[in-house]
Write a protein that binds this ligand. Structure first.
Ligand code: CTP
Length: 399
């Protein structure tokens, strides 16, 4: 999900608010995503968490005074600015936001912010009245028009006892938005329709036929396309995953509902990626009440569901159509047969009975098969990276 942060140098700017404790976790998440982190704190931030914590975790001296810091003496704020790939200010107080908006440079952080040319992500966190104050609103608008990226604060109970907008969002949300802002927008103007997850075919009100799909691959594709600027609709069966931010999510249960949702939207899409694990069959009739146990044996009559992807392939005009093939054997043969039968541009094949791949895993090992008979085998990698590689190929096919 955050491969864009790998090997990047991120400058974490910490200003004085109660949410400073969350910056510590954010630092760790940035590092986990592969970034190198340097920290600049304001003097007020140090009242909440001492610089030692940030120094210990980042392994680098914290800069907070332009003239007196011995620890960072070797590296000036100008050098620091030149070495920075992206800046994240979390929490950003009303004061820091005001200084940024008006080009005031009276401490290490604000001076650095004037000198840095890398993208800047600002995470406002403050009391609701301060956030809603016309001066703060105006300053945030100035930052936006200057091309700064703003992560909107969350709403809820604030430390000061009031309730409303102003909370620093959870660190995962901040990390997700950083990845979004930093990803090059090579899919702007493209409508992408993604399906994900399993379907559930009811047997009676308390039982269903389904499969172990968790939706992780499809959600990773939707998220990656949103990072790249696409307008994304995700049609998903039941999953335990959080809705990807910035994505239109349509929740369905059965294969029939998924088919309806997909066909309603297929004409708007330029790219359709069908990663859902659709039930091939459903009970001919769902019992209206819970089926009681009785006979030693019972037979369930199943009816074949529509093959949504096959139908998409039949109806498609100029969309790029991508399918998935989950196999337990003869991957190439089965995947290529599905590619041809369903009139696809590309199919993503994977063997689901191997470790590190398939249902529920965070990684996947897939092979792309293309219409022209070529194939590309990828190493086992994070599903986020599989998603981005898949979208790279989709962009090539759209040219
Ligand atoms: N698919 C679909 N509708 C169905 C079944 C499958 O749209 N009723 C799509 C899946 O979303 C996937 C592709 O078809 O993109 C292949 O799904 P898979 O389960 O691997 O294959 P099937 O076509 O169902 O064939 P089989 O189960 O015989 O392997």
């Amino acid at each position: 999900m955050t491969s864009v942060l790998k090997d990047k140098t991120i400058l974490l700017g910490v200003s004085g608010g109660i949410a400073v404790y969350k910056s510590v976790e954010l630092l760790r998440l940035l590092q986990k995503a592969g970034a190198r982190v340097r920290v600049i704190m304001t003097e007020n931030a140090k009242w909440f968490v001492g610089p030692t914590t940030f120094e210990a975790l980042s392994g680098q001296p914290v800069c907070s005074d332009l003239f007196r810091d011995k620890g960072s003496g070797a590296i000036s704020h100008i050098q620091l600015a030149d070495q920075t790939d992206a800046v994240v200010i979390a929490p950003a107080t009303a004061n820091v936001i005001a200084k940024m908006a008006h080009g005031i440079a009276d401490d290490a952080l604000s001076t650095f912010l004037l000198a840095v040319t890398a993208p800047v992500v600002v995470c406002p966190a403050m009391n609701t009245h301060m956030y809603e104050n016309p001066a703060t609103r105006r300053n945030l608008e100035i930052l936006k028009s200057d091309g700064r990226h703003i992560v909107d604060p969350a709403s809820g109970e604030l430390a000061c006892g009031t309730s409303g907008a102003g909370r620093l969002p959870e660190c995962e949300v901040i990390l997700d938005r950083i990845a979004h802002f930093l990803t090059p927008k090579d899919m702007t103007g493209t409508n992408v329709l993604v399906t994900a997850g399993p379907t559930r075919e009811p047997i009676d009100p308390v039982r269903y036929i389904s499969n172990p799909s968790t939706g992780k691959m499809g959600y990773a594709i939707a998220r990656a396309a949103e990072y790249r600027g696409a307008a994304v609709t995700l049609v998903t069966g039941p999953t335990a995953l959080e809705d990807p931010r910035g994505v239109r999510v349509i929740k369905v249960e059965t294969a029939r509902e998924m088919a309806e949702a997909v066909f309603d939207r297929m004409d708007m899409a330029q790219v359709i990626i069908k990663s859902a694990a659709v039930s091939d069959y459903s009970p001919a009739e769902a019992a209206p009440h819970k089926i009681k146990k009785g006979a030693e044996r019972m037979t369930l009559t199943l009816e074949k569901n529509m093959d949504i992807l096959f139908e998409l392939g039949r109806r498609k005009s100029n969309q790029v159509l991508v399918g998935f093939a989950a196999e337990t054997q003869s991957l190439a043969e089965n995947a290529q047969a599905k590619l041809a039968a369903k009139n696809l541009d590309m199919i993503v094949g994977n063997l689901v009975n191997q470790p590190g791949t398939g249902f529920g895993a965070d990684t996947n090992r897939v092979t792309f098969f293309f219409r022209d008979g070529t194939r590309e085998e990828l190493a086992e990698m994070d599903k986020g990276l599989v998603a981005h590689t898949l979208l790279d190929r989709v962009l090539n096919l759209s040219k």
